[in-house]
Design a protein around this ligand. Structure first.
Ligand SMILES: [Zn+2]
Length: 56
């Protein structure tokens, strides 16, 4: 019989927040906590969870 060895080990798990890209699309907000207003624009920001590495 043949035994298959699966070497599909995940060494570097993806970051869940940025899905492994290291960047997140952040909605631009103006104003302070009182009246947070979304401008509708989105900017690419560094993922704070993985600090841009894309790995958890
Ligand atoms: Zn991330």
């Amino acid at each position: 019989m043949t035994t298959r060895k699966t070497t599909a080990r995940k060494r570097t798990p993806k970051c869940g927040d940025c899905n492994g890209t290291g960047e997140i699309a952040e909605t631009v907000r103006v104003g302070k906590s009182r009246k947070p207003r979304e401008t509708g624009d989105q900017q690419t920001a560094l993922c704070l969870t993985c600090f841009g590495t894309g790995t958890a």
